[in-house]
Design a protein around this ligand. Structure first.
Ligand code: PTT
Ligand code: SF4
Length: 612
């Protein structure tokens, strides 16, 4: 089968056994790879209601047909499981040398089941699968663990590992790879920890099956060169994603003080220019010339790799405007293997709850030393507060009560990315309808909305734009599994990707042929949600109450006095459901599911939940 190895590797940590599972061409063409494979496997194999941190949960590591092929930015891999934060399908996409190694080892996905009896490192080299002791690095951070693995196997192997956050099952622990990549915001690192799986190491030696390898080699080489030139012209990788911060500040979209404020006069102190000036190293994923991982020294001189999301949520949102201090929080998240975004959001929520008198405490916004101590307590689940905040913002707010749910900045259990949507209705909706919780990755409509439309409008065009972007971002890129940044940041045409896909698989797909696939996988993620949350309503697709609150409006700047409106948001949500063919609870109708080839999946959902 060209383009796919045609095989998964199923590994059982409880019995320390493994077996190769073949899949059909029809399966490959229906689910393509990456997120499609992961969502389908988890939907079929997990019983509804299982504990995401129990041995019944499964970890899926999946690549797509383009992953690992020398072409622009193809070094990405999906890590997925039932999320401990959302209790539904969760995944993340990280740059790693696992990507090409797993395909060269002969697999398109790993399915890891059960729970090891003691801390374990899984070693996979082609057909060889070993269950090795990881006791020596259990309790250690991700940097030391990574070095320990490189010391044994060299730097060419693919590594996925967790830190103390994952070991202690902090619900927003991530999976780490290479020197600075992280993925799996919805707690995929915690799932690894629950299985006592400290690391996965993959090494492969076989060629990746391709229909036209010589043509792909030439195409990939030429396109890598072109993207590199575009990147140099745009000077994009000098600031990486941190370059967007001044714009967010200027248009009042920055999260400041637990999203209370939307801009701050000191924000420039942690912006892209300051990050570029402090840069001491640059990192990138495999097969990437854009190299957006900009590292700066933290307050102890340690390399800390920054992105806009990390800066936004660990800097302004905690009112920390000192770059080395903020970089120290980022470094700790990376070493403990905690999601920077959720960690920043949960700490800002706690400081806000203290501020409001909802809970007693002496932590204040701006107290970098206090936040550092708190992060360490969270990663180790130390003390009542460390343990509580390790549960994530939604659960912490439920425990604290006293009205704190209104400013718990999460949707469906996942903390909101660093875009303050107090008066950006389309982006608020994009967060609201993201099937994995409030992640910007599914549909980043904010620039279209702020630059090209009346910002406060709630027109159907915005719902349509969200669907269009979801099809490309959450659909196409997460299925073929490549980085979307050449397209997002440099304008590298999305039509290049079917070209790679066809050269590798020998198929003849147009761009539009990917949309039914994208719609299928979005509908499946929603059915997953429904099976786990049978009482779901459209309220699950709403952002936090503070964005609608007239007493929470800005008093100055471009959106002074403005806020979201419930009835208009609800109408926009209705448009989204309508375009997608979902009912008014936000669930795909039976007719929609059947049209997308999901008849069996709907039947499975109907066993536990009512469809219209
Ligand atoms: C991603 C999320 C993001 S999205 C960021 S910054 W971004 C945060 N990065 C973290 C980090 O770093 N350390 C840490 N301990 N936690 C972190 N949490 C946050 O995780 C990432 C890049 C980025 S940087 C983005 S937008 C793009 N995301 C892509 C995507 O989702 N799909 C895709 N096909 N291509 C993408 N390209 C870009 O990749 P999650 P990475 Mg990450 C240190 O994984 O779970 O999706 O969360 O993967 O390899 O580090 O690349 O301004
Ligand atoms: Fe990785 Fe950044 Fe390159 Fe994308 S642009 S592949 S995230 S280094």
């Amino acid at each position: 089968m060209n383009g796919w190895t045609g095989q998964f590797l199923r590994v059982d940590l409880t019995t320390q056994t493994s077996r190769v599972v073949p899949f059909t061409e029809e399966f490959a063409h229906t689910w393509i790879g990456g997120r499609g494979f992961a969502a389908k496997i988890l939907y079929d194999e997990l019983q509804p209601g299982i504990d995401p941190l129990g041995p019944e949960n499964k970890l899926v590591v999946a690549v797509g047909p383009i992953s690992g092929i020398p072409a622009p930015n193809t070094g990405k891999t999906i890590v997925a499981a039932k999320s401990p934060l959302t209790n539904s399908y969760g995944d993340g996409n990280l740059g790693t040398r696992v990507t090409d190694n797993i395909r060269k080892a002969g697999y398109d996905a790993l399915i890891v089941e059960g729970r090891a009896a003691r801390p374990t490192m899984l070693y996979i080299e082609d057909e060889r699968v070993e269950f090795l002791s990881a006791e020596e690095v259990w309790g250690k951070g991700t940097y030391e663990t990574n070095d320990w693995i490189y010391g044994r196997y060299g730097k060419g192997v693919g590594v996925l590992n967790i830190g103390q956050g994952g070991e202690n099952m902090v619900r927003y622990a991530v999976v780490r790879s290479m020197e600075g990549r992280s993925g799996g915001r919805p707690g995929i690192g915690a799932v690894m920890g629950s299985k006592l799986l400290k690391a996965i190491v993959v090494k492969g030696s076989k060629p990746i099956p391709q229909a036209f390898p010589a043509e792909m080699k030439a195409l990939g080489r030429d396109d890598l060169r072109e993207v590199h030139q575009m990147d140099k012209d745009a000077a994009w990788s000098i600031q990486g994603t941190t370059g967007v911060l001044p714009w967010c500040n200027e248009v009042a979209a920055l999260p400041v003080r637990n999203f209370r404020l939307t801009h701050h006069p000191e924000a420039w102190k942690v912006d892209g220019e300051r990050v570029a000036a402090a840069r001491i190293a640059t990192y990138g994923c495999p097969n990437c010339t854009m190299r957006c991982g900009i590292a700066v020294p933290d307050d102890e001189g340690r390399e800390s790799e920054l992105d806009y999301e990390n800066v936004g949520l660990l800097g302004p949102n905690l009112e920390i405007f000192d770059l080395p201090q903020m970089a120290a929080l980022n470094y700790l998240c990376d070493d403990y293997g905690l999601d920077t975004m959720s960690a920043g959001a949960v700490m800002s929520f706690y400081a806000d709850a203290i501020d409001h008198g909802a809970v007693a405490g002496d932590l204040r916004f701006g107290d970098a030393a206090g936040f550092k101590k708190l992060l360490t307590a969270i990663a180790h689940r130390e003390g009542e507060i460390g343990n509580l905040l390790a549960e994530g913002t939604q659960r912490a707010a439920q425990a604290i009560g006293n009205g704190s749910e209104a400013y718990a900045m999460q949707i469906k259990g996942l903390e909101i990315s660093a875009y303050n949507c107090k008066f950006i209705p389309g982006m608020a909706l994009a967060f609201g309808v993201s099937p994995i919780g409030a992640h910007h990755k599914e549909s980043w409509i904010i620039t279209y909305e702020v630059k090209q439309t009346p910002r406060g409008s709630y027109g159907r065009d915005k719902a349509q734009k969200i669907v269009d972007l979801q099809r490309i971002r959450g659909g196409l890129f997460e299925a073929i599994v490549t980085c979307r940044f050449p397209w997002v940041e440099l304008g590298w045409g999305v039509e290049h990707y079917p070209k790679y896909f066809n050269t590798i698989t020998g198929l003849d797909w147009e761009l539009e042929d990917f949309w039914p696939y994208s719609d299928r996988v979005y509908a499946l993620m929603k059915l997953f949600w429904l099976r786990e949350h049978p009482q779901t309503s459209r309220r699950d697709d709403y952002p936090p109450a503070v964005w609608f609150d007239p007493s929470n409006v800005d008093t100055d700047g471009p959106i002074a006095g403005l806020h979201l409106e419930y009835d208009k948001y609800d109408e926009l949500l209705g448009h989204y459901y309508d375009i997608r063919g979902y009912d008014q609870r936000g669930i795909p109708t039976r007719a929609t599911c059947e049209r997308l080839g999901l008849a069996a999946e709907v039947a499975a959902a109907e066993k536990v939940a009512r469809l219209t």
